[in-house]
Design a protein around this ligand. Structure first.
Ligand code: AMP
Length: 279
């Protein structure tokens, strides 16, 4: 596996690669969720590039930038096993050199859900993803449904800016007890790890209600809220039952809906989501 850091090195390496290139952008501390995206990239391309960059511009002043878990040695092991061809590890100075000035900010999608709770987060995400795509020039970039709003933001940006890249989305990979895999799960001690299963439980309770015929979005939101509130170690930040494309809150579910939530389990902020209804 080739490792590069500077823009010149990744450009030079990219030029030598023949065939269709798939890019998997990550912040490292890899788990099976990330590797599932590598598998998707492998299926649809000849060469797989992963970027590992803990992007400071998507962290707010009260977020966990400094504490964000890192373990490059373990990441490399997983990447070698998974058959990644090239890993790009830019530094903050490479991505945001002195006098850096240009940002991509979407008008509408970031106003909801995560964007509403984390002002500026998606400005950081869209900007860094645009930069990663500009430098690597992949044919395909793969993202996880775990960050459903991020997927919506990136698809919109790619459309709006006519970026010549295909976007693929991987399903949420979960632990056996349903907890969505996340680098941030490493913050949880045994007690909080157990309590964290409440997020998926809440999504499943809502899905059961939906399957029994409930179509009122408020009732679905209440089901999720009640389940979360039943767990003493969990503190709900938001629940949502929204239009899958616009992310606006629904009154009634007619076709598909995105159920999502952010929940503090102790000090750890976790997110999860599920799509209700058939396409
Ligand atoms: P991150 O390193 O957290 O920025 O995530 C990098 C990519 O992996 C993003 O596209 C995430 O949506 C995706 N991802 C993170 N967790 C999971 C998961 N449990 N299942 C599938 N994809 C995931």
């Amino acid at each position: 596996m080739i490792q590069v850091s500077t823009i010149q090195d990744i450009r030079d390496a990219r030029k030598k690669l023949k065939g269709r290139v798939g890019l998997v952008p990550t912040m490292g501390y890899l788990h099976a969720g990330h590797i599932s995206l590598v598998e998707i990239a492998k299926e649809h391309s000849d060469i797989v590039i992963m970027s590992i960059f803990v992007n400071p511009s998507q962290f707010g002043p009260n977020d966990d930038l400094e504490a964000y878990p890192r373990n490059l040695e373990h990441d490399f092991e997983l990447l070698e096993q998974a058959g990644v061809d090239l890993v790009w590890l830019p530094t903050n100075e490479i991505m945001y050199p002195k006098n850096y000035q240009t940002w991509i900010d979407l008008d509408h999608i970031p106003q909801f859900l995560e964007g509403r709770q984390r002002p500026g987060h998606f400005k950081g995400v869209s900007t860094v993803v645009a930069k990663l795509i500009n430098v690597v020039q992949p044919d395909l970039a793969v993202f996880g449904q775990k960050d459903a709003q991020q997927v919506a933001v990136i698809k919109q940006m790619v459309r709006d800016l006519n970026m010549p890249v295909e976007i693929a989305v991987g399903a949420i990979i979960r632990e056996p007890d349903g907890l969505a895999m996340s680098s941030r799960n490493s913050y949880l001690d045994v007690k909080h790890r157990q309590a964290a299963t409440v997020l998926y439980q809440a999504l499943q309770d809502a899905q059961t209600k939906f399957q029994k015929g409930e179509r009122r979005a408020e009732a679905i939101r209440k089901t999720m809220t009640d389940t979360i509130n039943n767990e003493p170690l969990a503190k709900l930040e938001y629940v949502s039952c929204a239009n899958l494309d616009s992310l606006e809150e629904l009154e009634n579910i007619s076709t598909q809906a995105l159920l999502s939530m952010a929940v503090y389990v102790g000090q750890t902020r976790l997110i999860d989501n599920l799509v209700l209804g058939e396409e």
